[in-house]
Design a protein around this ligand. Structure first.
Ligand SMILES: [Ca+2]
Length: 133
């Protein structure tokens, strides 16, 4: 009888705990729908670049930036050719050591930077640079 009472008390306590946990819907239903704000800070759009450069970007969010992806896309005179991408997960957001001498003079390279927040919202900024070594 004693154990039965104790079991009932434990079950009642668990039910109360579970109910309280499940009714805290305001935590569960708060979804971040605000995308980050991303800005390529270097190089600038239409800038002529040479040698080896570091690409830098700002990414801010109302919550948390989880990653910033740097994509490099080359103009081939007829279409954009995807080259490669690299991610950075902490500030300062940058891609170090882009070697412009790997590309011919006058070639246009698009650099797209995309920021992701904790909820999966994204935003991007891009610049097109011209190779001149
Ligand atoms: Ca956000």
């Amino acid at each position: 009888m004693k154990y039965r009472m104790l079991t009932c008390i434990i079950i009642a306590a668990l039910v109360i705990l579970f109910t309280n946990h499940c009714t805290k819907t305001e935590d569960v239903l708060t979804v971040d729908t605000i995308p980050p704000v991303v800005t390529v800070t270097y190089p600038h759009n239409a800038q002529t670049v040479s040698g080896t450069i570091d690409i830098t970007a700002d990414a801010v969010d109302n919550d948390t930036i989880t990653q910033v992806v740097f994509e490099f896309i080359q103009w081939t005179d007829t279409y954009w050719l995807y080259l490669f991408a690299e991610e950075d997960i902490s500030e300062p957001y940058e891609y170090k050591g882009f070697i412009t001498t790997n590309y011919p003079d006058s070639m246009q390279i698009k650099i797209r930077v995309t920021g992701y927040d904790l909820a999966g919202n994204t935003a991007d900024d891009e610049v097109i640079v011209i190779i001149d070594n």
